[in-house]
Design a protein around this ligand. Structure first.
Ligand code: G6P
Length: 368
């Protein structure tokens, strides 16, 4: 294993650092084809223009990729999108519109609940399903009409990292392609989106370079029992993913909230023992996030803020700031996934847990 690991201590760390490559490999397919339906398979050209909406089904980290996609699909493609945990959907009396595309997201392509949710959707009359998957010819893509394979390469660490960010690229490409076939995305916008994709691996590399600073934060986290993650809009799912990563591998209890919900509950938990991580790049919600942060400070909560240069945050008592790479438009959640992965990784390392094989968890869950 040491040969395979190279300079890294764990597969998770190696996979975190492989993201610029995993992303550029996945992006390459999009750059080659442009945002054309054929990216999703030969049947997609006929199918995509007939759709009236999207329903995403997934588990775990893949579900959080889906939550991010909802923001992109509704704003860029202009169609309704709902996202559901596969194990919930498969057991409820769901309402189906066959003109809604089923999108399953699964790194392994073998997760039982996601597979069963797909079968259930078919039984309700859905005829079109797209699989976003990292493993060729696995069960879920084989059962789907449309497929997009992420090119993350084999992922060994139980906690998903590079699969997640490549899923985001696939979902972004889906949003723009749907927008294009619906006549909502101009040629100029497409060129701009392609350009943003082209620059993404470089921004992700910049985020990886923050590792020493993030490690210093993680050492403080290792002594805590709880943590709260806040984000808004596109960065709320990244807050969820950050909390999940921390739970999975460091066993620190963590939860994520959309920052605007703070006052509806979690604020009661905030004191000096509860570190609060805020994902606060300079987007249209920044001022709102800043006022949420003041609510935390007023209760003695210590803030750990990931913010880009344009957010104009400065360190002060109880407020720590790490500058993330400059805002990369709507792909910003991909860049901000990196620091939360590194935070979890180093917190786990400091606590001495089995990072690649956390207790009680499995890489792919093929039983119920
Ligand atoms: C397990 C893994 C997670 C993964 C989830 C869904 O819980 O530990 O990392 O996100 O399964 O897996 P899938 O292969 O369907 O994406």
């Amino acid at each position: 294993a040491s040969l395979e690991l190279g300079p890294y201590s764990h597969f998770m760390q190696k996979e975190i650092h492989e993201q610029p490559k995993a992303l550029s490999d996945t992006i390459e397919a999009v750059l080659d084809a442009g945002f054309s339906a054929e990216l999703f398979g030969p049947n997609a050209a006929a199918l995509l223009p007939t759709l009236e909406g999207v329903k995403i089904l997934a588990c775990g980290t893949s579900y959080y990729a889906g939550l991010t996609a909802k923001y992109w699909i509704e704003s860029i493609a202009g169609v309704p999108c709902d996202v559901e945990i596969a194990s919930e959907y498969r057991y409820r009396d769901a309402w189906a519109n066959p003109k809604h595309l089923i999108v399953t997201i699964s790194q392994s392509g073998e997760t039982l609940d996601t597979m069963e949710a797909l079968k259930y959707a078919k039984s309700l009359g859905h005829t079109a399903a797209l699989s976003i998957c990292n493993v060729r010819e696995s069960a879920i893509p084989r059962a789907s009409e449309l497929v997009f394979y992420t090119r993350a390469g084999a992922e060994i660490g139980v906690a998903s990292t590079k699969a997640f960010t490549t899923q985001l690229v696939a979902l972004f490409a889906l949003a723009v392609t749907l927008g294009k076939v619906r006549g909502r995305v101009s040629d100029e916008q497409q060129a701009q989106f392609l350009d943003e994709l082209r620059h993404l691996p470089g921004s992700v590399q910049h985020a990886l370079n923050l590792e020493p600073q993030i490690k210093a934060w993680a050492d403080k986290f290792a002594a805590k029992n709880d943590a709260l993650f806040l984000g808004r809009g596109l960065h709320y799912p990244i807050a969820l993913e950050g909390a999940l990563k921390l739970k999975e591998i460091s066993y620190i209890h963590a939860e994520a909230y959309p920052a605007g919900e703070l006052k509806h509950g979690p604020l009661a938990l905030v004191d000096s023992n509860m570190p609060v991580v805020v994902i606060a790049p300079n987007d249209s919600l920044l001022e709102k996030v800043k006022s949420n942060m003041q609510e935390v400070r007023a209760r003695g909560g210590e803030l750990f803020v990931f913010a880009d240069l344009d957010s104009h945050f400065s360190e002060s008592e109880g407020v720590h700031v790490i500058r993330t790479p400059r805002h990369v438009g709507v792909l910003s959640p991909v860049v901000h996934a990196i620091p939360v992965q590194l935070l979890a990784y180093h917190a786990a390392l400091a606590r001495g847990t089995d990072v690649d094989k956390p207790r009680n968890l499995a890489k792919s869950v093929t039983v119920e």
